[in-house]
Design a protein around this ligand. Structure first.
Ligand code: C2E
Ligand code: MG
Ligand code: MG
Ligand code: MG
Length: 278
């Protein structure tokens, strides 16, 4: 059960461990060169109005296709890239590519669509994130409001000295700032008052269990209450069933994302979804 999985820091050195370390090194070697080798692409998952299913935004999700390792999901490599520091370069590519794509959609008259990009805590620590994003927007003549940034609670715990300043700068540029996977992490409630953010994304860890599981229902209600009383937006992720959609609507959650509506789509497929509702 993923909710109860505990990572064991100490492990005996076994052949399996040696093998897994070798695999890790192999992956990290490929990862280092992946951006230069053009091995990444982005797919776009619609965020929809839960009442009528209209697409209101898209979340960009990275995919890695390596000729030796095959297709890799981000959960398998983002953590490594954070450890090695490669995430800063990869994250920079993601930001530029998302800007390029959203500019293309806007230029094609597909509407004033906004793209949400996942940003790692390491990008806050290592670089001047606001400057990186300013350049990416400028290159494609985009307003800050074309972007939404999703970051996890990890950013809050790392508490880099410049984090608050960076948040203020990003908000100043018109970007929507959202805490991803809310409830999974450390729920630094104290930070919610300090940070100039716009919204929360209710983790699919809890969405999964509604409406049947009582404790998941309680967590969803609590998060909705926090969002409402702090005046924050709320997006429910991982909606897979009609019952979950209805539950979220009754809870007053306006926007959702999940396989019930669409998975991450290649750009042309996403654009086809937008075209009829222009
Ligand atoms: P996330 O940001 O919370 O993204 C949601 C993940 O849930 C995505 O997995 C998405 O495909 C999946 N998902 C969406 N709807 C459903 C559903 O109804 N049911 C289920 N079971 N899953 C659903 P994905 O694309 O594998 O990404 C996993 C995580 O990797 C993301 O979680 C995010 O934390 C990270 N990630 C993805 N792209 C990037 C990126 O460009 N940069 C960084 N730093 N992290 C990224
Ligand atoms: Mg996300
Ligand atoms: Mg999420
Ligand atoms: Mg997640």
């Amino acid at each position: 059960d993923s909710k109860r999985r505990i990572l064991n820091g100490r492990q005996a050195f076994t052949p399996e461990l040696a093998q897994s370390q070798e695999n890790r090194l192999r992956m990290e070697n490929h990862l280092r060169r992946a951006a230069d080798n053009d091995e990444f692409r982005l797919v776009y998952q619609p965020q929809v109005d839960l009442r009528d299913g209209a697409t209101v935004a898209a979340e960009a999700l990275i995919r890695w296709q390596n000729h030796q390792l095959g297709e890799m999901r981000p959960d398998h490599f983002i953590g490594h890239a954070e450890t090695t520091g490669d995430i800063v370069r990869i994250g920079g590519w993601v930001l530029r590519e998302a800007c390029r794509q959203v500019a293309e959609w806007r230029d094609a008259g597909l509407g004033i669509i906004r793209v949400a990009v996942n940003v790692s805590y390491r990008q806050f620590l290592v670089e001047d994130l606001a400057e990186t994003i300013r350049k990416a927007l400028e290159e494609h003549r985009l307003p800050g409001s074309a972007l939404e940034l999703e970051f996890t609670e990890r950013v809050l715990i790392e508490d880099a000295p410049d984090t608050l300043r960076t948040f203020a700068a990003l908000r100043e540029m018109g970007m929507i700032l959202t805490i991803d996977d809310f409830g999974e992490g450390y729920s630094a409630l104290n930070y919610l008052r300090r940070l100039p953010i716009h919204g929360l994304k209710l983790s699919q860890l809890f969405v999964e269990g509604v409406p049947g599981n009582h404790s998941d229902v309680a967590v969803c209600q609590a998060v909705a209450g926090i969002a409402r009383s702090l005046g924050l937006g709320l997006v429910a992720e991982g909606i897979e069933s009609e019952a979950q959609r209805r539950f979220m609507l009754e809870l007053g959650v306006p926007v959702g994302q999940g396989f019930l509506f669409a998975p991450g789509l290649p750009p042309d497929e996403f654009a086809r979804r937008l075209a009829p509702q222009r």
